[in-house]
Design a protein around this ligand. Structure first.
Ligand SMILES: [Zn+2]
Length: 163
């Protein structure tokens, strides 16, 4: 069976991106013990990833490169913002183990959404945080193998995810 819309696809993959060493740990891979299973063609995956797998069948291997625009987009300058240093205080004291340049911190926006921000720099008044996806602006290279391709059940298609 070939990969197409409304198929449930199971793959293993390795992702390579040209990242600084401290950011490599954020890169996910899916090996035989924890393969990635997803419903193809519903927009769950980055567009370039689905395009790279189109038409392949179980047992096929793959290796392709995705430009940033087809992956996590380019770096958005508007997602790099200054925050008052007060919000990093815990009981009036700044925790400098947490507030370190390069550290990725879980934050909450005004609507209560969780998002990760990377500390870019800080001074006595403000902290510059980068809320771009860690892979934004990066060319990604995926390689791996198709483990299984099967028809999605009507219920899976209805829900838009794999059961
Ligand atoms: Zn469901």
């Amino acid at each position: 069976m070939k990969i197409d819309s409304n198929k449930v696809v199971t793959v293993t993959y390795r992702l390579h991106a040209n990242l600084p060493a401290e950011e490599q740990k954020h890169i996910e891979t899916a090996d035989q013990s924890r393969p990635l299973k997803f419903l193809y063609g519903v927009g769950m995956m980055i567009p370039g990833f689905e395009r790279g797998l189109e038409g392949k069948g179980s047992g096929d291997s793959f290796s392709f490169t995705i430009e940033a625009d087809d992956a996590y987009g380019s770096t958005d300058a508007a997602a790099i913002i200054d925050l008052p240093i007060e919000i990093f205080k815990v009981e009036g004291v700044i925790d400098f183990d947490m507030l370190k340049v390069g550290n990725v911190l879980p934050m909450t926006d005004q609507e209560g959404n969780m998002l990760n921000g990377k500390v870019v720099s800080y001074d006595e008044q403000k902290v510059k945080m980068d809320f771009n996806h860690p892979l934004a602006g990066h060319i990604l290279h995926f390689s791996g193998e198709i483990v299984e391709v099967r028809e999605a059940t009507p219920e899976e298609m209805d829900h838009g995810h794999v059961h």
